[in-house]
Design a protein around this ligand. Structure first.
Ligand code: IVH
Length: 707
C-alpha cells in the first residue's frame, strides 16, 4: 500500500522522522482523549486513521526511533490515561534469557549449587512455550473474576477488567473449590489467522494495519471501549500465579492441573523434564512445531517445578532465579551496508553503527545495526559497501553478523576507526585492555552532555512524564537545559517554553507539573540517574542502602576519592588504599573496579559541581529498607566458614531480601558474623572487635522470628 504520505516518509531524514513521530504521538493522544473521554472528536475517523497509518509507516522505517509513548505501545508501557492504575500485590516479574544450550545446562547447575543439592538429587523442570503476547493478571475473589490488569512496569499496571471480561477463555467463575483470593497470570494473544483476518478487515475499512499479532493483541486490549475488544479474536493461556490467600499446589505441574480444573486453558505442549537433555529435547520439538502452531512463540520457558525450591531461590533484579526463557535463534537477513557512522554515548564511548539498506527481519524493518566496537569491525573485516548478514535476537538491537566477502565491491577499503570524536573533535583514546575508544571531551562534548541528561530523565532514573529523549536534545540545542539541574529551573523560563513550536500554555504547564513531582526523589534513583560508569540500578540501591542519605554518601565518596588519589598505584587490596575506599569495595558486589569508577566520577570537579547544583534543587530521600519488621533489617552481616543448611548464595540472597547488608569482610560496621565450621581469620577479627558471632542455627533462628 503506497500513497502520497508513504512516499513522503521514504524521503524523511532521521531527524525529521523523530520530530514527526513526536508530533504524531502528541496529536494522536489528543484525539484519543477527545474521542474516548470527552466524546467530542475534532476530526473524521478516516483522518484519524491516516495519522495512525503515517505513524506506523514512519515507525516501520525507523524502528529505533519508536517512542515510549508511541500510540502502538500504550499497553505494556506506563499506564495510559483513561485506565485506572492497579498496583500489583506481587510484582509481575520478567524472565532471564538463555540463548545457547550451555546457558540451559548452567541453569540446572546453578539450581543445584544454589540449593546445595546432592549430585543424585532429581531437579524437575517444567518446559512450556513462551507465548508472544501481552501478559495479564486476573484476580478472583471467592471464585469470581473481580479485576484484571496489564503488567505495566511490573509494579503498576492498568485496570483492563472490562476488556478481559470479553474473552471467552477467561472464566467469570472458577469451577470447583478455590481459596478466597486467587490471582492467575497468563498471556493474552491473537492467533496468526485471527491477526491476518483482522488486518484484512482494517485494510478494507482504510484503518491502520497492525505490524504483528503481538501488537494487534496489545492494541485490542488497549481499547477504552470494551465493545471493540469484544470483536477481536483474543485468546488466553494461564501459566503462573500472583497473590494466593492460601497455597494451592506444591509444584508447578500440580498448579497447572489446578488451573485446568478451574476452567483455564493451559498450554498442551508443557512437559515436565528431569535433566538438561530432556529439556533440550523438548526445546527442539517445540522449535520444530513452531511454524505449524496457530500462534507466535519466541522461545521455551523453563520453570523449576517444586514450589518450596522456587521460594528458596527467590529473585534477582525483577526476574526469578528459578525460571529462564530459552529464546529461539535470531532471524537473519542480508542487505547492503551503505555507511558506518559513529555515535557518542554518555560516557564518551564511540559506538560504530551500520547504516543499512532497509530490510525486513523477523517482521520488523531494520535500517541500522550495531557494530559494537573497533575490534569487532576489524575482526569481521566489515567494510562500507559490503553486503552483510544482520540479525535480530529478541528485543535486542539488530547486529551485523558478518560480511559476505564474495559480494564485496572492488574498491571497498578496510574501515579506519576515527581517533577524534566526530561530535566535538576532541581526541578519542583507548585505555590499555579496553575495547572501547572514548572521547576525552567530557562535558564540553555535546553528545556526552546530552546523553547524560537523557539518562538522567530516563524511566528508571527521574522518569519525568512527558519529557522524552527527543525533548532533551531539542532543549539542549536551544540552551534551555545545559545540565541536569536546569530541568528543575525550567519554570523560570516558562515564557520561552510555551512559545516554542509545538508547545502551548497547557503543554508547558503539564511538563512543569510533572517536573515538580520529581523534585523529591529516592537516593537510589538519584545515584542511578547520575550515570556513573558501572553503577546500574542494583549497585545504586546497595549504595543507597549502605550510606543512608545523600550527604552521608557524598562525604564517604569524597573520603574514598581522596584516599584513592593518594594511592593510585594500589590495584588489588582495598585496605591499602584506605578505610573509606575499603568500606566501599566491601559492599557486596561493588568491588575494586566499580569503586574505581565511582571515585573517578567524584574526582572530577564538574561532577561535584553538578551534585552541588542538584542538591540546591532537590530533596533526596533515603530509601526504605525492605521488610523493616525483620530484626536483621539494616544490619550488616558477614558469612564465613562452611554453611550446612544452605549455600552461601542462598544465605546471602535471603539476608538481603530481609533488608540486611551482606559484606565480604569484617569491619567496625559489621553487626553479625555468621560462622560455620572452618571459620578462620574473619572469626578472629570479629572476636577482636567484639562483634556478635552467630552459628548458622542462631542465624536461622534470628531470621525466622520474622513474620
Ligand atoms: S512465566 C515469574 N511463562 O514472558 C515468571 N511467562 O519475559 C513470570 N511469557 O512477562 C512469567 N509465555 O509475558 C511465563 N509460559 C510462560 C510465558 C511467559 C510468555 C511472557 C510473559 C512475561 C515474559 C517474560
Amino acid at each position: 500500500m503506497t500513497n502520497d504520505a508513504d512516499r513522503e516518509v521514504a524521503l524523511l531524514t532521521e531527524e525529521e522522522a523523530a520530530t514527526e513521530l513526536e508530533r504524531l504521538a502528541t496529536e494522536i493522544a489528543r484525539h484519543d482523549r477527545l474521542y474516548h473521554q470527552k466524546d467530542a472528536p475534532e476530526i473524521f475517523d478516516a483522518d484519524y486513521d491516516a495519522l495512525r497509518r503515517r505513524n506506523d509507516t514512519i515507525e516501520a522505517r525507523f524502528p529505533e526511533l519508536i517512542r515510549d509513548d508511541s500510540p502502538n505501545k500504550r499497553v505494556g508501557a506506563a499506564p495510559a490515561e483513561g485506565f485506572t492504575q492497579v498496583r500489583h500485590s506481587r510484582p509481575m516479574l520478567s524472565l532471564q534469557n538463555a540463548f545457547a544450550e550451555a546457558d540451559v545446562v548452567e541453569f540446572f547447575a546453578r539450581i543445584r549449587r544454589f540449593l546445595g543439592l546432592e549430585a543424585d538429587a532429581e531437579v524437575a523442570v517444567m518446559g512450556e512455550p513462551k507465548i508472544d503476547g501481552i501478559s495479564a493478571a486476573l484476580r478472583y475473589e471467592d471464585g469470581v473474576f473481580v479485576q484484571g490488569a496489564t503488567r505495566g512496569d511490573g509494579v503498576t499496571g492498568e485496570d483492563i477488567t472490562r476488556n478481559l471480561k470479553t474473552l471467552d477463555e477467561i472464566p467469570e467463575h472458577l469451577v470447583g473449590d478455590a481459596p478466597a483470593v486467587v490471582e492467575v497470570r497468563g498471556e493474552v494473544y491473537m492467533t496468526r489467522d485471527g491477526f491476518f483476518e483482522l488486518n484484512r478487515k482494517r485494510e478494507a475499512e482504510g484503518a491502520a494495519v497492525f505490524a504483528n499479532p503481538r501488537n494487534a493483541a496489545a492494541g485490542s486490549l488497549r481499547q477504552l471501549d470494551p465493545k471493540i475488544t469484544a470483536t477481536r479474536p483474543l485468546h488466553f493461556f494461564a501459566y503462573a500465579s500472583g497473590e494466593l490467600s492460601e497455597p494451592v499446589a506444591d509444584s508447578h505441574a500440580d498448579f497447572l492441573k489446578r488451573l485446568d480444573a478451574w476452567g483455564f486453558r493451559t498450554n498442551p505442549l508443557a512437559r515436565l523434564c528431569k535433566t538438561p537433555e530432556e529439556v533440550l529435547e523438548l526445546y527442539r520439538e517445540i522449535l520444530e512445531a513452531r511454524p505449524e502452531l496457530p500462534y507466535d512463540i519466541d522461545g521455551v520457558v523453563y520453570k523449576l517445578d517444586r514450589h518450596d525450591w522456587q521460594d528458596r531461590m527467590g529473585m534477582v533484579s525483577r526476574a526469578p532465579r528459578w525460571a529462564i526463557a530459552h529464546k529461539f535463534p535470531a532471524e537473519q537477513a542480508q542487505t547492503v551496508l551503505n555507511r558506518i557512522s559513529i555515535q557518542v554515548g554518555r560516557t564518551g564511548a564511540l559506538t560504530p553503527v551500520a547504516e543499512l539498506e532497509p530490510i525486513t527481519v523477523g517482521g520488523v524493518v531494520v535500517s541500522r545495526a550495531t557494530l559494537h566496537n573497533e575490534d569487532e569491525i576489524a575482526r569481521k573485516d566489515v567494510r562500507e559497501g559490503d553486503t552483510v548478514v544482520i540479525q535480530r535476537a529478541g528485543d535486542v538491537i539488530p547486529q551485523v553478523v558478518r560480511a559476505v566477502e564474495d559480494n564485496r565491491p572492488a574498491n571497498a577499503k578496510p574501515y579506519v576507526f576515527p581517533t577524534e570524536c566526530p561530535i566535538c573533535g576532541s581526541l578519542a583514546t583507548r585505555d590499555e585492555g579496553e575495547v572501547v575508544r572514548r572521547c576525552t571531551g567530557g562535558l564540553i562534548c555535546p553528545a556526552q552532555a546530552v546523553e547524560r541528561i537523557k539518562h538522567f530523565v530516563s524511566r528508571n532514573a527521574f522518569d519525568i512524564e512527558g519529557f522524552g529523549r527527543k525533548h532533551v536534545a531539542a532543549f539542549w540545542a536551544d540552551k534551555l537545559i545545559e545540565s541536569p539541574a536546569d530541568i528543575f529551573r525550567l519554570r523560570s523560563r516558562v515564557e520561552e517554553l510555551k512559545t516554542r513550536e509545538g508547545w502551548g500554555e497547557q503543554s508547558a504547564a503539564n511538563l512543569l507539573d510533572s517536573i515538580e513531582t520529581r523534585r523529591s526523589i529516592s537516593l537510589d534513583r538519584f545515584i542511578y540517574a547520575l550515570g556513573i560508569r558501572q553503577v546500574g540500578e542494583a549497585t545504586a540501591r546497595l549504595l543507597a542502602r549502605q550510606y543512608g542519605g545523600l550527604e552521608e554518601w557524598r562525604a564517604a565518596m569524597a573520603a574514598a576519592t581522596d584516599e584513592r588519589a593518594e594511592n593510585r598505584e594500589e590495584m588489588k587490596k582495598p585496605e591499602l588504599v584506605g578505610e573509606a575506599f575499603a568500606d566501599l569495595c566491601n559492599i557486596d558486589s561493588v568491588g575494586f573496579s566499580v569503586a574505581d569508577a565511582i571515585t573517578d566520577f567524584f574526582a572530577e570537579a564538574h561532577n561535584q559541581a553538578i551534585l552541588d547544583d542538584l542538591s540546591e534543587e532537590l530533596e533526596v530521600v533515603p530509601i526504605e529498607a525492605p521488610a523493616s519488621t525483620s530484626p536483621v533489617s539494616g544490619k550488616t552481616v558477614v558469612f564465613t566458614g562452611t554453611l550446612e543448611r544452605m549455600t552461601r548464595n542462598e544465605a546471602k540472597a535471603r539476608a538481603e531480601s530481609l533488608g540486611a547488608k551482606v559484606a565480604g569482610s569484617i569491619s567496625k560496621k559489621t553487626d553479625y558474623l555468621v560462622a560455620g565450621p572452618g571459620a578462620g581469620s574473619k572469626l578472629a577479627k570479629a572476636t577482636e572487635l567484639g562483634i556478635e558471632i552467630l552459628s548458622e542455627d542462631d542465624w536461622l533462628g534470628l531470621i525466622s522470628s520474622t513474620a
